[in-house]
Design a protein around this ligand. Sequence first.
Ligand SMILES: [Zn+2]
Length: 217
Amino acid sequence: MSFNRDKFIAEGFGQRYAWLDLLNSEQRDGFGRVTEHLQDSSWIQVFLSHWNLGARLGGGGSIEGLKRLRAFFCRTAEIVASGKSLPKTDLHWINKGLHVPLHRRVWTRKDRSYCVELVPVHRDWGWQRAELLRSLAELLVDDRHSRLKICPNLGCRWVFFDRSHGNTRKWCSDLTCGNRDKVRRLRARQRQQKDSSIKGKSFSRRSPLNGHPKVRD
Ligand SMILES: [Zn+2]
């Protein structure tokens, strides 16, 4: 499957936090079938360029490195979404990854105003990983972590940031997983009603009271 930016956005990537895209790169279709986007160089290219991380994996980077970072993000999301605090060892690992050399640079905008920014000394994998870890750190602060959710559909498990007004969103999408759950519950109710009406009929056939329930004395 070849990815371009439109398809990337249409699939639900590129929303607010870069680390969530890497985390969801092992994408399930709602029925448990998995697409491994890290095997697709076009997905990696769009992912990196969308988040201004260069056109390809930097020096020292590899698919295995991305997978290891994704495994860490998966563990982190499970902990954060369950309302627990991250262990100190994980915070230490994040801080270590954030420690990459940067320098300040002054430049002019089109309107001739000046601007100072921090730029990486090396645009390598270490910097790309630090940027992904930075996006995780940005979600952890200011109580935003309470909005991290994991879709409860076991065949999906999409991790998302809940932007709803009351932080009440449950499913990755009401149109897919939410709707499937509605249909599943409706069918379960219909089955239950059917079962109880069959039981009622067989009871009335057996009943010596010709259709009236037997009264205990
Ligand atoms: Zn879902």
